[in-house]
Design a binder for this molecule. Structure first.
Ligand SMILES: [Ca+2]
Length: 353
């Protein structure tokens, strides 16, 4: 079954109730079973969970990563770009990295050092990367990649949507060139930056609303699902014991976010961005529902909220988006550990960290 066929199937079964069954784990299957590699664009604000998402992307054989763009978010643009390059160096990846927007479309910049540390990597210091950022701005590079892929490009966006908003403003035909968009952001329920708003949407609500309103189907991997995609302190230690440089880095950079999450009474550290990447790779361990989605941009207590009709009358039009509501955490954890194990057992670890 192709990804497109499986995608349709998810939409068909989206109204199901009760627990969902997975009869096989695609990550256990060697190779791609004849499927072409999906071209992917990754937009991020690295960021501790963005960093883990980059580690997973590198190991997902079903993806062909066309480019990575950076945006201001968890920390300032200079740091998100530097962190992205440093993590790419840690992986040994040479996928080009493009610098994006340094601030939201019309709002003042908001960052999240309480979660990601002052440097954005939880205080972990990676060496200065030899990799250089590309000269082309992110929005132009994204558009060129979308044209080159002829309608097959999947955009995964796990930071504020500013780069996407700028690309949509500049290139009218971009929506028809994107196959689909998977974002980490928002939530049909509550928020994390405010009671109503999730961080990525709160930072640039106008840009997010442009995306939801541009005509492209958007899958919203929001807090409804990603708060269930967590690792406990013990599980994070287990991950580090895999021994590779990359696994130890993952364990260490998540420690400050873990401490913050535990202080709020949560069971572990939510891996928001990795969950969105794994959804894009294989949605069989997730539950998703069609919905109408827009963003509240006018101010007041609900500023930055992603408003959906998922829990109301389901009568808004168009209902082209998907809200991901659930994840099988055990299988999520198994896939995460399996992908991370591909970095080896430490004997081949890089001297970079
Ligand atoms: Ca992020």
């Amino acid at each position: 079954m192709t990804m497109a066929e499986r995608w349709k199937e998810v939409r068909k079964i989206a109204g199901r109730q009760g627990p969902f069954a997975v009869d096989r784990d695609l990550f256990q299957i060697d190779g791609l079973a004849g499927e072409a590699r999906q071209p992917i664009w990754f937009d991020c604000d690295t960021g501790v969970d963005d960093a883990i998402a980059l580690l997973l992307l590198h190991q997902l054989d079903r993806f062909q990563l066309a480019g990575i763009s950076t945006v201001a978010g968890n920390v300032a643009l200079e740091k998100t770009t530097r962190n992205t390059l440093a993590v790419q160096a840690l992986i040994g990846s040479e996928v080009p990295v493009y610098r994006g927007a340094a601030c939201p479309l019309i709002r003042d910049q908001v960052t999240a050092p309480e979660v990601h540390g002052l440097n954005g990597l939880g205080g972990v210091e990676l060496p200065e990367p030899a990799l250089q950022v590309e000269a082309l701005p992110a929005w132009d590079a994204l558009y060129q990649a979308a044209r080159k892929q002829g309608g097959e490009l999947t955009l995964i966006a796990v930071g504020p949507m500013t780069n996407i908003g700028l690309a949509l403003a500049k290139y009218k035909d971009l929506p028809e060139l994107l196959k689909r968009v998977v974002i980490m952001g928002g939530g049909a329920g509550g928020g994390n930056t405010t009671p109503a708003a999730e961080f990525n949407i709160f930072v640039d609500p106008e840009a997010a609303d442009m995306l939801f309103n541009c005509g492209v189907p958007v899958t919203m991997c929001g807090l409804d699902m990603t708060m269930k995609a967590y690792l406990t302190a013990e599980e994070l230690d287990d991950l580090g014991r895999q021994g590779s440089t990359q696994a130890r880095f993952a364990r260490d950079c998540l420690q400050s976010a873990l401490a913050y999450s535990l202080s709020l009474g949560q069971p572990g550290v939510a891996l928001h961005d990795p969950a969105a990447v794994l959804f894009a790779a294989d949605d069989s361990i997730f539950e998703a529902h069609p919905a109408w989605i827009r963003v509240e941009t006018k101010g007041g207590p609900t500023y930055g909220k992603t408003v959906t009709d998922l829990y109301s009358d389901r009568k808004m039009e168009p209902r082209r988006h998907l809200v991901v509501t659930d994840i099988d955490r055990d299988r999520f954890k198994a896939r995460l550990f399996d992908l991370m194990r591909r970095y080896g057992d430490g004997n081949r670890g890089s001297a970079l960290y």
